[in-house]
Design a protein around this ligand. Structure first.
Ligand SMILES: Cc1cc2nc3c(=O)[nH]c(=O)nc-3n(C[C@H](O)[C@H](O)[C@H](O)COP(=O)(O)OP(=O)(O)OC[C@H]3O[C@@H](n4cnc5c(N)ncnc54)[C@H](O)[C@@H]3O)c2cc1C
Length: 324
């Protein structure tokens, strides 16, 4: 029987695995996709905003040729850590539910059942986009995930949103020869856009290379155009492709099936957990990483979320000692 089953092989799930394994516990990770699946899905040429030492786990140095690591550097780093630590990782297996109680849990996946004493939920947020809720959102030329600019060269592209992902996508596609229109619900580009990206975008808008509509919402998407409501009235913008980069949220239905309660006092519906141990109100079930912030997905990220692993490992090791 496993001492700890970790759901999710993101950077934080990996950190939890290696820290608990180093305490002598029998550990496995169940991951529904590839190793560090969210990072695999990030924009191809993305650059992290964190410097490499802030993304390190388990004390493994993260050497890079760049001041800010690229996605490929991080993919390489985390797979080396996983292999060096010989973590038992079972990929392409989705966790569906949890039954039983601490020391006697059964995790049900789409491939079978796995007994475990404890469970750590490190499932992040990147699988479920925040929907616009408008007609046409499901059309094939609408996506909530941006990868790279090249398929849009010489095309008209609408980007919805004004945070980091939208800003970077708009700039990259413009430089690759696309004509980009930005739809922004607020009155300006978000202040949360990184200080080295925001002026670049603001200046491209000022010089007219990117068209931006502020205080504007989307009404409908059709195969050829997007209909928006601007302060000057409705407007139809012809477009070849639409990126709705409006954020993501954790799988609350899954959290419910795992018996994790949301904090009723938190607008973001973050799970209720003890900050000293990360144990939820269901004994033996812990939360780690981004999922701890609920819908506030920028509350926890790799830099600060990786430290949850030590808290959980220390607590589980104490419990194991007491049981022995
Ligand atoms: C474009 C972009 C740039 C970023 N840059 C930075 C940065 O510079 N610095 C920083 O600190 N943070 C950054 N972040 C945030 C950071 O990537 C996330 O906070 C981080 O991935 C969180 O790690 P995690 O392990 O908690 O979750 P994730 O990395 O999302 O891992 C969760 C894993 O759980 C798996 N999973 C989900 N449901 C199930 C299930 N039912 N069964 C099995 N497996 C499941 C998923 O497939 C996934 O692999 C960035 C995010 C984005 C989108």
């Amino acid at each position: 029987m496993l001492d700890v089953l970790i759901i999710g092989a993101g950077p934080v799930g990996l950190a939890c695995a290696l820290e608990t394994q180093r305490k002598g516990l029998k550990v496995a990770i169940i991951e529904k996709g590839a190793l560090v699946n969210s990072l695999v899905g990030y924009p191809t040429n993305m650059e992290f905003f964190s410097t490499p030492e802030l993304l390190e786990i388990g004390g493994y140095p993260f050497p890079t040729a760049h001041y800010k690591p690229l996605r490929e550097d991080a993919l390489d780093y985390y797979q080396r850590v996983a292999r060096d630590e010989k973590i038992d990782i079972r990929l392409h297996q989705k966790v569906l539910s949890l039954s039983g109680e601490q020391d006697n849990f059964i995790i049900t996946t789409d491939k079978g059942e796995i007994p475990t004493r404890n469970v750590v939920v490190a499932t992040g947020f990147y699988d479920l986009p925040n929907p616009l809720g408008v007609p046409g959102e499901d059309l094939p030329h609408v996506s909530h995930y941006y990868k790279e600019p090249y398929q849009h060269v010489l095309q008209h592209v609408v980007v919805i949103g004004a945070k980091n992902s939208s800003a970077k996508a708009a700039l990259q596609m413009t430089r690759a020869g696309a004509k980009v229109t930005l739809i922004v619900r607020g009155s300006e580009i978000s202040d949360s856009v990184k200080y080295w990206i925001r002026p670049d975008l603001v200046n491209r808008i000022a010089e007219g290379r990117i068209t931006a509509h502020f205080n504007t919402t989307v009404a409908t998407i059709t195969p050829e155009a997007i209909e928006v409501l601007t302060p000057d009235g409705p407007r139809t913008i012809p477009t070849d492709f639409v990126y709705a980069l409006t954020g993501y949220h954790p799988d609350e239905a899954l959290l419910g099936r795992l018996g994790i309660e949301p904090d009723p006092a938190d607008e973001a519906r973050a799970p209720l957990f003890d900050p000293a141990t990360h144990q939820t109100t269901r004994p033996g079930v812990f939360v780690a990483g981004t999922v701890c912030g609920g819908r506030a997905t920028s509350r926890w990220f790799i830099e600060n979320g990786r430290h949850h692993a030590q808290l959980i490992a220390a607590h589980l090791a104490t419990q194991a000692t007491v049981a022995a």
